[in-house]
Design a protein around this ligand. Structure first.
Ligand code: HEC
Length: 473
C-alpha cells in the first residue's frame, strides 16, 4: 500500500468509526438529505440531477449493485462526486435501501384505497370477500376441523370455534395460560395429519414464566391436546426450552408456525426474540426452524444431534422471525417466510442444517434507518428464494390446494401485515417464478389457509375478523 492510499484508507476508516473505534451508524434518510437531496431532490424526484423515482436508469438497470456503484464512484464528468471515500460500505448499502423505500412510497399510509367490496378481479379468477366471523380479538391463526368447524386462535389466549358458519360465544375452556404482551400470546394452531384418527391439536404460545430473580420472562412453547365437550383436555408438552433460554418480558419475535411433513415430522419456527446474534448460535433455540417427532421426541437424524451443546431440535438457523411455514404438497419442499428488519423480508426454501444468514447478512437495515451491514451474501449462508425491500411485513403462508380456484392450485398464498396485501407466488421446484397481488386494503393479514371447501380464509387484524374469498358467480 502506498503512503497515499494508506492515508486514504485511514480517512475512510475515520469517517465510519468513532474515536472509541466503535462504528457510528448513520441514519440513511439523514445521509440522503445531507449528501444527495441538493442535486436529486428531497424526495428523489430529481432537480439538477435526474429523478430516481422513475424506471429510467442511465447506469445499469436500477439493480442494487449499479446504484451502489454510482454512489461509490460518482459520475464526476457529469457533476456527481464519488462518495466511496467518505461513506462506508454499510452507509452505501443503507442509502440503497432508503432509495428502494422511497421508490415504493415508504412512509405514506399503506392503505392505497378503500376496503374492496363487490367482485374483485385478479388475473385468473374473480372473487368476492365474505365475513366468516367478526369481532374477534387479535386473531392469529386458523385451522380446519372436520364437519365444517374452524378453529381460530386469539392472541390474548383464547381458542375459538366457528361451527357451521357461527362463531361460538364461548372459547374452548382450559387452554394454557399465555403471556399476552408485545408480539407474544397464543399463536399457532395446527392439526395432526392423522387428526381424524387421533384427535391431536397443536398449539404454540408464549409461556408466562418468571426467572430466578422474579422477572417476567417468556419463550415459545408447543403443546398438544384434544377438544372434548368444549374443553381442552389430555394436554402434553411437546417442546419447551429450559428457563435459562427465556427472554425478558413480552417483546418481539416469537415465531411461530407449525408444519408437518408427509412422515409426520413436526417442523416449527422460533423467532430470535430480538437477539440477532442468537440466530447464529446453535446453543440457543431462538432464531431457528426446529424439527421434532409429533410427540416431541428428537429425531436421531437431526443435523446437530452430535454437536456438543447444540440444541438438538434445530433443523436450520440464522432465521430472524419466521411467520410462515408450509410444505409444497407437490415436491415436499418446506417453504418459510421471515420478517426482515426494515427491508429484507424473505421467502426461503428450508433445507436440513443450513444457515439462513441473520444477522450476518440481510437485505434490510435497522428500524431507525441506520445500516446493519453492507453484506447481503456470504459463503456458507443461504440466499432467499425471494426478498422484499422495502418490507411488506410478510406473514402466514399456504400452498393453495383447493378446487374453487383451479388456476391457483399449487401456488403459494402469502399474507402481509404492514402492506395489507395477499400475494400469490408461482413456484417452480425451489424457485419463485412469479408474483401477483390478489387483494389489498382489507386490513393487516396475519394468516391464510385453504378451507376444505376450496375457499381461501384470511385472518385479518384491524378489523379483527376471519374472512374468506369465494369465486364470483
Ligand atoms: C452535485 C450533484 C449530485 C450529488 C450531490 C449527488 N448526485 Fe447522484 N447524480 C448526479 C448527476 C448529475 C447524475 C447523472 C449523471 C449523468 O447524467 O450521467 C447522478 C446520477 C446518480 C445515480 C445514477 C442514476 C441513473 O440513472 O443510473 C445515482 C444512483 C445517484 N446519482 C445517487 C446519488 C446519491 C445516493 C447521492 C448521495 C449520496 C448522490 N447521487 C449525490 C448529481 C449528484
Amino acid at each position: 500500500m502506498t503512503p497515499r492510499s494508506s492515508l486514504f484508507f485511514l480517512l475512510a476508516a475515520c469517517t465510519a468509526a468513532g474515536v472509541s473505534g466503535q462504528v457510528i451508524k448513520r441514519d440513511s434518510g439523514k445521509l440522503y438529505a445531507e449528501m444527495c437531496a441538493a442535486c436529486h431532490g428531497a424526495k428523489l424526484q430529481g432537480a439538477s440531477a435526474p429523478s430516481m423515482l422513475d424506471d429510467t436508469w442511465l447506469y445499469g438497470n436500477g439493480d442494487d449493485e449499479s446504484i451502489a456503484k454510482s454512489i461509490r464512484d460518482g459520475h464526476p464528468e457529469k457533476g456527481m462526486p464519488p462518495f466511496g471515500a467518505t461513506l462506508s460500505a454499510s452507509d452505501v448499502r443503507g442509502l440503497v435501501i432508503f432509495m428502494r423505500e422511497q421508490r415504493a412510497g415508504f412512509g405514506r399510509p399503506s392503505r392505497s384505497g378503500d376496503a374492496p367490496t363487490g367482485v374483485i378481479k385478479a388475473k385468473d379468477h374473480s372473487f368476492t370477500v365474505e365475513i366468516v366471523a367478526d369481532k374477534l380479538s387479535h386473531p392469529w391463526a386458523v385451522a380446519f376441523l372436520p364437519e365444517n368447524k374452524i378453529l381460530v386462535t386469539e392472541k390474548p389466549g383464547r381458542l375459538r370455534v366457528i361451527d357451521n358458519g357461527k362463531l361460538l360465544p364461548e372459547a374452548i375452556r382450559g387452554t394454557p395460560a399465555v403471556r399476552d404482551a408485545g408480539q407474544g400470546g397464543l399463536m399457532e394452531v395446527a392439526l395432526h395429519p392423522d387428526y381424524a384418527k387421533n384427535g391431536w391439536i397443536y398449539l404454540a404460545y408464549s409461556d408466562p414464566a418468571k426467572d430466578k430473580n422474579g422477572r417476567d420472562v417468556s419463550l415459545t412453547v408447543i403443546v398438544r391436546g384434544k377438544i372434548r365437550d368444549g374443553a381442552w383436555v389430555d394436554q402434553e408438552t411437546i417442546w419447551k426450552a429450559s428457563i435459562e433460554f427465556y427472554r425478558p418480558g413480552g417483546g418481539v419475535h416469537f415465531g411461530c408456525r407449525i408444519a408437518f411433513d408427509k412422515d409426520n415430522y413436526l417442523f416449527f419456527s422460533h423467532g430470535e426474540r430480538g437477539r440477532g446474534e442468537d440466530a447464529q448460535d446453535l446453543t440457543k433455540p431462538n432464531g431457528k426452524i426446529h424439527r421434532i417427532h409429533d410427540d416431541g421426541r428428537i429425531p436421531v437424524d437431526n443435523p446437530f444431534v452430535d454437536k456438543p451443546n447444540a440444541f438438538k431440535s434445530i433443523w436450520t438457523y440464522g432465521n430472524r422471525n419466521p411467520q410462515g411455514l408450509d410444505f409444497d404438497p407437490r415436491t415436499g419442499v418446506l417453504w418459510e417466510t421471515e420478517h426482515g428488519p426494515r427491508g429484507g423480508d424473505e421467502t426461503n426454501v428450508i433445507r436440513r442444517g443450513l444457515n439462513y444468514g441473520w444477522n450476518t447478512i440481510t437485505y434490510g437495515m435497522n428500524y431507525d434507518g441506520t445500516p446493519i451491514t453492507d453484506k447481503t451474501a456470504q459463503e456458507g449462508m443461504e440466499q432467499p428464494a425471494l426478498y422484499w425491500t422495502p418490507s411488506i411485513a410478510v406473514c402466514g403462508i399456504d400452498f393453495y390446494e383447493g378446487d374453487a380456484f383451479p388456476k391457483w392450485k399449487g401456488h403459494l398464498l402469502v399474507t402481509s401485515l404492514a402492506k395489507e396485501e395477499l400475494r400469490l407466488l408461482t413456484i417452480d421446484g425451489e424457485k419463485v417464478t412469479g408474483q401477483q397481488t390478489l387483494l389489498a386494503n382489507l386490513g393487516r393479514l396475519r394468516d391464510v389457509g385453504s378451507g376444505p371447501d376450496g375457499s381461501i380464509y384470511l385472518v385479518v387484524n384491524g378489523p379483527d375478523r376471519l374472512v374468506r374469498l369465494v369465486p364470483a358467480k
